[in-house]
Each structure stands twice: as C-alpha cells, then as structure tokens.
Write a protein that binds this ligand. Sequence first.
Ligand SMILES: Cc1cc2nc3c(=O)[nH]c(=O)nc-3n(C[C@H](O)[C@H](O)[C@H](O)COP(=O)(O)OP(=O)(O)OC[C@H]3O[C@@H](n4cnc5c(N)ncnc54)[C@H](O)[C@@H]3O)c2cc1C
Length: 487
Amino acid sequence: MADPVRTLTADVVVLGTGPAGMAAVAAAAAQGAEVIAVEAMEHIGGNAVWSTGYLAFVDSQMQREQGIEDDEETFVADARAMVAQAEERFGVEWDEELVRLYARESAETYRILTGRGVRFSRFIPRPRQHTVDRMAAVEDSWMLGRAFAPDFALPNVTTLFGTVADRLVSEDGRITGVLAHGPADGQRHALHARRGVVLATGGYQSNPELRRRYQPEFVARAPYLGVDTCRGDGHLMGQAVGGDLINMTFVPPLVIVSSSVVEDAIAVNGAGERFHDEAGPYEDRVEQLHAQPGRRAWYVVDDEVAREKAGLIGQMPEPLVQAATLTELAAAIGVPGEALERTVAGWNAFLGTGAEVDPEFGRVVLPPGRRRCATAPFTAVPMVEGVNFCCGGFRVTTDMQVVDVFGSPIGGLFAAGDCVGGLNPVSDLGGVHICGGFTLGRVAGRAAARGVHDEGDHGTVLHAGMPSMLDTKIALVHLDAPGSHAP
Ligand SMILES: Cc1cc2nc3c(=O)[nH]c(=O)nc-3n(C[C@H](O)[C@H](O)[C@H](O)COP(=O)(O)OP(=O)(O)OC[C@H]3O[C@@H](n4cnc5c(N)ncnc54)[C@H](O)[C@@H]3O)c2cc1C
C-alpha cells in the first residue's frame, strides 16, 4: 500500500509555475538552493503561455537599439496616471516602491528572457498608457515556458505536476512547509521548506465563489478566459496565516479577446459601423460596448487572419459566424450589409495610406504589415465582457516577503506575480502582469533562497497599513470626550 503521506524536504518550496513561479524556481536554484516546485497543471508556464505575450520592459536593450529613451521616473509617472484612473472604479492601494523595483529590474528580465532564446517581434504602441514604446510582443507565448524548462531539469529542482497545494504549515509563527495533494491519485504530500515558501499560484479569477466575496454577483459571474487552476488557493493559504490582502475588488472587466486578434480586427456595432479604438484602454472598450444598443457588437476578420489565429478565435466565449461575402456576413449577424461593406472598405483604404493613426478613432495598433481585411470568407465573433486577470494580492516587502494584517513580515513566506497586490493596480498599462511575474518572482526566489525571514532582515515594508498590535500601547479612548469625533 502506498504511503498515505509522501514527505519531501527542500530549502525552498514554490507553489505555481506561471512566470512568477518559473522565475522564483530559477533564481532560487541558481543560488544553489534545493527547490520543490508544485504545479496543479501538467506543464509549466501558467497563464503566460496561453496569453498574448505582451511584456512591458523599462529601459530595455530593445528600446535602446531603437533609440527609445525610458527610465524609472517615466514609468512611475505612467503608472501613477493609471492608478488615478483605477481609483475612480475600485478601492486601490498601490506600492510605489514595488513599481519602482519593477522599473529597475525589468530590463534585466528582458536580458534573461532573450538570453534564453525568447524573441520579441515588435513594440505594441499604447500611447495613452505607455508614453514611450516599451511593451514588446513575444513571437510565440510558449517560448516563455520553454525558456525555463532547463531549470526544472536541474538536479536540485524537483517538480510535482498535477499536484495542488492546499495548506501552509507554520511553526513558531514561521512558515515551514506546505501540504498538497494529487487530484488524480489523492496522494498527500507534506513538503518541508528549510528557508521559505513562495506563493505564485496566480490570481482568483477562475473562482466565482471567491470573486463573489469582492464583486457584485452579476460581475463575479462574468466569463473568464484563462487557465482554470487560478482559484485563489495562494490567496486563501496566505490569508489563513495572517497575510494582508489588498486590491481584492480590483478585477478589471474587459472584452474577452486576445490582443493578437485585436491587432487584425475591426469591431462593428448593430449599424455595421466601427465605434471605438479597438485596441484602446480596456476600460474604454468595455464602456463603448456598453454604449451599443443591446451591448451587441462583433469583431470582424478575414480568412487569412481567421486561419492564422484560429486557436485564439476559437477560445472566445461566443461561437464565430462565417460567410462567403461581407453582405452575407452582415445578414448572418443582423447588421446592414451596405454599411458593413462601407466600413471594411474605409478601414482598408486607411491601411493603404501611410498614416499611422486611424483618423476615426485614433487607433495606432494596426495589423502587422498593414494587411487588409480582404480575403473571403469573412468571420465575425461577438464581443463579450469578462475577465482575464485580477489585481488583488498580498502586501509585501521589497524582498517580496508577505506582510501580515498588522504590518509585520511573515517569516518564511514570500509571494510574487498575481499573488501580490501592490503592482497590479497599474495593469491597465498593459504587459505588466507577465513581466511583473518574471521580475518580482526572481526577487522572491532569491530572497527565499537566502532565507530572509527574520525580523530586521526583510527589506522595506511597503505601506504597512496598520501598526502591529505588539507595538501599540494600550490607551482608553473616550469617544464622548471633548475633541473626539463622536457625534
Ligand atoms: C488570455 C490571457 C491573455 C493575457 N495576456 C497578457 C499579456 O499579454 N500581458 C500580460 O502582462 N498579462 C497578460 N495576461 C495576464 C497574465 O497571463 C497573468 O496575469 C500572469 O501569467 C500571472 O502570472 P503568475 O505567475 O502570477 O500566475 P499564472 O501565470 O496565472 O500561473 C499560476 C500557476 O499556478 C498554478 N496553481 C494555481 N493554484 C495552485 C495550487 N494550489 N497548487 C499548485 N499550483 C497552482 C496554476 O496552475 C498556474 O500554472 C493574460 C491573461 C490571459 C488569461
């Protein structure tokens, strides 16, 4: 009979192997630490390998080669502008120190990724968010996973695939291990961590019950496109040991579509006309969709794009509609045929010019090679609002050590990627989630391998919200005393 509990010991245990987990594993292993990686799926890469693969780097070699000047202050100013917009919709706390850390370290992420064979094809302009070109498109998102495969083959790295971490173990107020189970065989694992545990289990977007705690019911039901293992397990495990969660209501609605499809698509409404910058800020796209009668609108692409991006189009929530001509397509989706023909002709005419900005809606993200929407048959896919990622996670130190609700770092517990809350409020910039995972995951892995967990050795505590109760002197506050705020 198999041992009911399999016990393993390492210096560092990393939960999840998306960009944050991959980078943490690689960084910890490079420091000579013995590492156990736990992954619920059967492969590394998390959401990043299924994503569009846009990564925003600050002052990267790619920018320098193209004469683009960028620096920490420019990025922080852009981030601040995003936070100001997000604050109008959500309760937001951002950690400027974390944003600065990202700005300083992301060029190194570019160097590491390209050194490991990842290729970026071009910058994707988003002038309303990134004031300089810094968001690069990876040629193939699976490159991001392949780049880290060798780390998982190192003799000091053990990976448990198909295994779900479910509890943290603590001794004397310090995290010393993890309990996990294999969903298929029910095998229990007790994983001891001599130096630290890194939470890198991604977000909570695929867990409607958890989202309902933070979102109105009808919003929490909005569809999600992405890996279904991002159920907030790390958030719950960290919360159970006192970790301070911030920005949990911040689950930005967006129109569910790969940005790669958007590059080639135009969107038309019930009148058969374009109505917005298809590649504009996520929030604007949702607002514009809401403004359409019945919230009905469709992305339209031609056969060349439909074939090339069949996988991405096939993932969209509503089935596609195809027709031999634009007039037939218009009839199939119930919009005026003449109008649709005119709209597509107008778009193609614009692409035939040298103009870089769409005169109608200011769109600057154009199809690669300015290819026209011209090859029959034509495809329409309904626009549907949903989510791809969320922004809530733990408050952390600059060593990515999780901070508890009283502002004290929790010994032995680190977090990165979508388990961290302080960077993601700037996510509307674009390209920050994946690059943030790689960049701050590296910091977390290094710190965990060093065994940073004792008081006074944990980097800067970022915006510790509340004083530790231990530091607070007892005082009796008379609410009816003169000068109090009591009514
Ligand atoms: C369709 C789509 C397109 C996107 N495009 C972009 C983009 O272009 N640019 C960008 O910056 N961001 C993009 N994002 C967001 C981005 O992919 C994620 O925010 C990012 O991958 C988060 O990194 P992570 O390492 O924190 O978590 P993830 O990449 O989400 O990985 C988490 C990993 O943890 C594992 N896991 C979860 N729970 C457990 C558990 N209990 N035990 C063990 N393992 C567990 C999961 O299986 C998964 O492998 C996109 C997301 C989607 C869905």
